[in-house]
Design a binder for this molecule. Structure first.
Ligand code: HEM
Length: 370
């Protein structure tokens, strides 16, 4: 596809599929022509901005200048310096999770390590007490759930559960924001509550976005890293330091990108790789394909942690470049470092893997350790 029809209209899904690195990059960087606003319609008269869920207006579904306003108040807290300060806390959380696993001979890497780590980290950053975490996980699962089949009943069930989870989460954050308004805590909920340039609805949207954007993606990065390292027989080399685990994480981001695609909508007629895209057309930007584009990466289909430079776009690019990229990298770095330090042997069982349907990761990854 990437070679023969790099920009291709899929009639069934009614979207332009974009596969090549340079086309994906161009679309993501040109936010004037390609909007991230899902509610955009070419016929302006039907787009009065009165979305039926205005509360959910967040940085990820808006364009500058609104996106700049919605992101500006928190940008500093996710820069490398701020994230470095938080590293000792992530190390403690990681060690605690590993303590719980130490007496076991085997465990499911996804359920017992890769899911809880990012949930605990983001809950702590937001300033949410430990006893609410299970609730948290339930909500985020419901919000990203996909129907198990195509029947109207199943689709309706999933949509109903999503709406319920959304409302429950909205109420939960509204309460906490109210409580912390004017406070001097350094948690992100207090920061949002005091951000006067955001409406309360936008503050709630921010809290919900953080929960959704950072959890399953980081879970999948951790899982895909262990999967890829094991599959390529590199576990020993990582342990001895012959293969740098930080680079293995970067290569995992490229080779098994946790987010495989992003959506944009053309706001005006435009040509892309010889194709006429019309205002209002939807584009699906395949990050996973761009990250394996042979014009950019040598031996693109191979997992090569030593690759330098590694210009993957797993965190997107342009104004929406992932807010949590430094945090996700640091979490993965600490996790791999501590895992290999703790266990002399860590064998992942790759014999019966069940990939996730919506995002690039696994349902479970059984591991034997000693
Ligand atoms: C945006 C990937 C972890 C918060 C994005 C985008 C990508 C991405 C591709 C761009 C979306 C777009 O252009 O439409 C990932 C991956 C992660 C990860 C692969 C883990 C491996 C995190 C974490 C957080 C986070 C840990 C928060 C704590 C966000 C936010 C945005 C975003 C808030 C929206 C930024 C904006 O629109 O300005 N992420 N992400 N992400 N990510 Fe991440």
């Amino acid at each position: 596809m990437r070679q023969e029809t790099p920009v291709h209209f899929d009639e069934q899904r009614e979207t332009w599929d974009v596969f090549r690195y340079e086309d994906v990059e161009r679309v993501l960087k040109d936010h004037d022509t390609f909007t991230a606003n899902r509610a955009f319609e070419a016929d302006e008269s039907s787009n009065d901005g009165d979305d039926d869920s205005p509360m959910l207006q967040t940085m990820i579904t808006t364009d500058p200048p609104t996106q700049t306003r919605l992101r500006g108040f928190v940008d500093d807290r996710f820069q490398p310096g701020a994230i470095r300060e938080y590293q000792p806390r992530v190390e403690t959380v990681t060690e605690d999770l590993l303590d719980d696993l130490e007496d076991e001979n085997s465990f499911d890497f996804v359920d017992e390590f890769a899911i809880p780590l990012p949930v605990i980290v983001i809950a702590e950053l937001l300033g949410i007490s430990a006893d609410r975490r299970d609730q948290f996980k339930e909500w985020s699962d419901a919000l990203v759930a996909r129907p198990e089949d195509d029947t109207p009943e199943e689709i309706e069930r999933v949509q109903r559960e999503q709406k319920e989870a959304q409302r429950a989460m909205g109420r939960f954050f509204a309460e906490l924001l109210e409580e912390r308004d004017g406070g001097d805590g350094d948690d992100l909920i207090t920061l949002a509550a005091n951000a006067e340039e955001l409406s309360r609805g936008e503050q709630i949207g921010f809290c919900m976005l953080l929960l959704l954007a950072g959890n399953i993606t980081t879970t999948n990065l951790l899982t895909n890293a262990i999967w890829s390292v094991e599959e390529h027989g590199l576990t020993g080399a990582i342990r001895t330091g012959d293969v740098d685990h930080t680079q293995a994480i970067e290569e995992t981001l490229r080779y098994r990108s946790p987010i495989q695609s992003l959506k944009r909508i053309a706001v005006e007629d435009v040509e892309l790789h010889g194709q006429r895209i019309q205002a209002g057309d939807v584009l699906t930007l395949w990050l996973g394909a761009a990250n394996r584009d042979p014009e950019i990466f040598d031996a693109a289909e191979e997992f090569r942690p030593e690759r330098r430079p590694n210009r993957h776009m797993a965190f997107g690019t342009g104004v929406h470049f992932c807010l949590g990229a430094h945090l996700a990298r640091m979490e993965a770095d600490v996790a791999l470092d501590r895992l290999f330090d703790r266990f002399d042997r860590l064998d992942a069982d790759l014999s019966d893997l069940e990939p996730l349907s919506a995002l690039y990761g696994l349902e479970s990854l059984p591991c034997e350790v000693s």
